[in-house]
Ligand binder design. Structure first.
Ligand code: DLZ
Length: 158
C-alpha cells in the first residue's frame, strides 16, 4: 500500500492557507469510535493550528460510516461552510458488509463533491484489521485526521 512505512501527517503551517476565516463541518461515525475519535482529535487540533477558531467548527456524530454522506449534507445545508470532513473507520469482517459500506460511503461523499459547492474530505479508513486502523489514527503511519484537516483548508482556499 502507498503509505506502508510512512507517516504522512507532518505539515508546515507557514506554507498552507490560513484557516482564520474558515468554517468547517466534521461528521464523525461512532462505529469503531476508539479509531474515529483519534481521527477527530487529529483533525480538530490541526484545524486549530491552521487558524480555524473553535466556534467555527461544527461537529455531527452519526452511528456509522454509511450515515456520513447524510450528515455531511445536513452540515452543508445548515451552516455556511468552507469545507466538510467525513470521518469513519470501516474494518473488514467475515461478510460482504465491508464492501457495501465502503462503496456506498465513498460514492455518497463523491456525489456531494460534485453536486454541492462545498468540498467534502474523505477521512474514512478502510482497513483489513484493527491494527491497520490503529496505525493510521495516531500510530506509526500518522493520523489521517491531520491529513484530512490539511486537505480541508487547501480545498476551502481554492
Ligand atoms: C453494520 C456495520 C458494520 C458491520 N461495520 C461497520 C464498520 O466497520 N464501520 C462503520 O462505520 N460502520 C459499520 N457498520 C454500521 C453501518 O455503517 C451503518 O451505521 C448501519 O448499517 C446502519 O445504517
Amino acid at each position: 500500500m502507498a503509505t506502508s512505512g510512512t507517516d504522512l501527517s507532518f505539515f508546515d503551517a507557514s506554507s498552507l492557507p490560513s484557516g482564520e476565516h474558515m468554517r468547517v463541518g466534521i461528521a464523525v461515525a461512532e462505529w469503531n469510535s476508539e479509531i474515529t475519535e483519534n481521527l477527530y482529535r487529529g483533525a480538530v487540533d490541526t484545524l486549530s493550528a491552521l487558524g480555524v477558531v473553535s466556534n467555527n467548527i461544527h461537529t455531527y456524530r452519526v452511528p456509522g460510516a454509511f450515515e456520513l454522506p447524510h450528515a455531511c449534507k445536513k452540515l452543508i445545508d445548515r451552516h455556511q461552510l468552507s469545507a466538510v470532513i467525513a470521518i469513519g473507520s470501516v474494518i473488514q469482517g467475515e461478510t460482504k458488509h465491508f464492501d457495501f459500506i465502503c462503496q456506498s460511503t465513498a460514492q455518497g461523499i463523491m456525489n456531494l463533491n460534485t453536486d454541492q459547492n462545498v468540498p467534502v474530505i474523505f477521512c474514512v479508513l478502510t482497513d483489513n484489521n484493527l491494527q491497520q486502523a490503529i496505525d493510521r489514527s495516531g500510530g506509526k503511519h500518522g493520523n489521517k485526521g491531520v491529513e484530512a484537516a490539511v486537505a480541508a483548508v487547501k480545498m476551502a482556499a481554492l
